[in-house]
Ligand binder design. Structure first.
Ligand code: DC
Length: 223
């Protein structure tokens, strides 16, 4: 019997630390890693470059399959151009959250996301990994933290990189984005059925990683 390739689906709000946790879990298990949020960020950036509005659902959906996206050694290439940093700006974060509301665009990205599922396994992070893209994932985690803690983490990250940052405006932006991600009609941000809540307000990264690995190991033992 062919067992399906295992998937660990980690969903949660912006700046919850799910990306960091997902990457470390993937490294420890030797699994592939999908940063699905990066895809929405890439679409926002590519649209901006091409003069396509973030509101133009049809144009975004027909553009998406034509993009040549490569994830390699922690870097992201779009049509041969390195865009790892360019998709992390506050402007593109807002754009990603705006383009992500369009059902036709989300549909256009489904196959691409599923193509990351390869042996020996996949760790995927985003908003709808457990609820839509990998519904049969054996391990589902809803990783979150309070808006205040997430804003502080983002603030520290920006300051460490030498960027100017304002805690109050980061908090306000985060809350706005959370609201848009939660309220949208298709694949809203939510703790889906079967997902275990992991609140990281009082956890270190290592403790959060361990909690996900424990959950994964328990799911294998059940089989
Ligand atoms: O995880 P992130 O902050 O990089 O995600 C950027 C935006 O993309 C965020 O506003 C929500 C959206 N997104 C989504 O709608 N579905 C996903 N699976 C991943 C991200």
């Amino acid at each position: 019997m062919n067992l399906p390739v295992p998937v660990i689906a980690i969903d949660g709000p912006s700046a919850s630390g799910k990306g960091t946790v997902a990457q470390i879990v993937a490294e420890r298990l030797g699994f592939h890693y999908l940063d699905s949020g990066a895809l929405y960020r890439i679409v926002a950036l590519a649209a901006k470059d091409r003069g396509i509005s973030w509101q133009d659902e049809a144009a975004l959906a027909s553009m998406a399959p034509q993009l040549h996206i490569v994830f390699e050694h922690g870097e992201i290439l779009l049509d041969g151009r390195m865009i790892t940093e360019a998709i992390r700006t506050e402007d593109i974060s807002r754009g990603a959250s705006e383009v992500a509301v369009h059902p036709a665009l989300r549909q256009a990205l489904v196959d691409l996301q599923r193509s990351f599922r390869k042996t020996p396994g996949l760790v995927a992070d985003g908003r709808d990994m457990g609820s839509v893209i990998f519904v049969d994932a054996g391990t589902k985690v809803f990783l979150t933290a309070s808006a205040e803690v997430r804003a502080e983490r983002r603030y520290k990250q920006l300051m460490e990189k030498g960027n100017h940052a304002n805690l109050a405006s980061i908090l306000q932006d985060l809350k706005l984005r959370d609201e848009r991600d939660r309220q949208r009609a298709v694949a809203p941000l939510q703790q889906c059925e079967g997902a275990k809540l992991l609140d990281t307000d009082h956890l270190t990264i290592e403790q959060a990683v361990q909690a996900v690995l424990d959950q994964y190991n328990a799911s294998i033992e059940k089989k």
